[in-house]
Design a binder for this molecule. Sequence first.
Ligand code: NAD
Length: 328
Amino acid sequence: MAALFRGYRNFYKRSNKHVELILVSCRSMASKTPVGFIGLGNMGTPMARNLLKNGYPVIATDAFPESCKELQDSGAQILDSPAEVAEKADRIITMLPSSPNVIEVYTGSNSILRKVKKGTLLIDSSTIDPAVSKEMAVAAEKMGAVFMDAPVSGGVGAASLAKLTFLVGGVEEEYNAAQELLTCMGANVVYCGQVGSGQAAKICNNMLLAIGMLGTAETMNLGIRLGLDPKLLAKILNMSSGRCWSSDTYNPVPGVMEGVPSANNYQGGFITTLMAKDLGFAQNTATSTRTPIPLGSLAHQVYRTMCARGYSNKDFSSVFQFLREEGA
Ligand code: NAD
């Protein structure tokens, strides 16, 4: 009931039309009405499947019909375009590669905002430029809808197990309504502040992740060149002050750990192209806010170079292999 009043109050600020108040009230109350899902790739498919598992009917679409097959087999209704999804659902989640795809899906010719119903809650879980999230929020508000950014931390495994962490930015009064859906797909849902702040938090985390991975890869490479056994070196780092997630949970050196991409020719995991993209956002936002990020900029250069040298689709921990080959 509290969620109902929060949604009501928030929309009342934007419009005095009685009929619109009723629409937003219905959305806030409607717990198991259909949820729209756009972008059925590596992450989107398992996320949408977890909504289905929680009893939410899912109405979905993707630019490539073959991407929809798996979710259709799990019971989702597949439509032809984001506009059609927007006609039928008043809560929509998007999980798309990057900023241009989000702009297209929200504001393009067959987009969500062409047909969006007033009071609709739009949650974008793609990792994109925070400035684009803010633009989409303004465009959505003009149509009487609410846009929130909710990028995720955690990869395909976490998406399948509903263990993602959602970093949410947007109007605080709508947070409970977003949380209701996000908890079906994640273990943690964190409210970060105004729209765009989920993206800001995500970009900061990934910049540190890239710096940590690059540092671990070059440290391991140096130790190996100095004649140390990689497993022994990893053990020493992990009991010492050099320890970090990239050394103790996701070690980039083949043979050091089981069950990580480095043990599987760098397949699976988080691909280098996506890391380069996130570092590009970090670079853009740092430039526009005149914030020095020397290590983030260096990591961006390294990951961009890797993309140009054929590492695009390998896990980002393949930076170890890249350094080995560069030094060979
Ligand atoms: P993906 O490329 O596997 O899936 C994206 C899907 O969006 C594709 O199926 C594509 O066809 C669809 N799409 C693109 N443009 C579209 C359009 N105009 N209309 C409809 N569908 C469209 O990407 P992913 O790995 O699922 O990642 C999605 C987002 O999640 C990215 O922003 C990524 O940075 C982020 N992310 C990914 C991971 C990961 O491990 N893969 C982890 C955390 C965050």
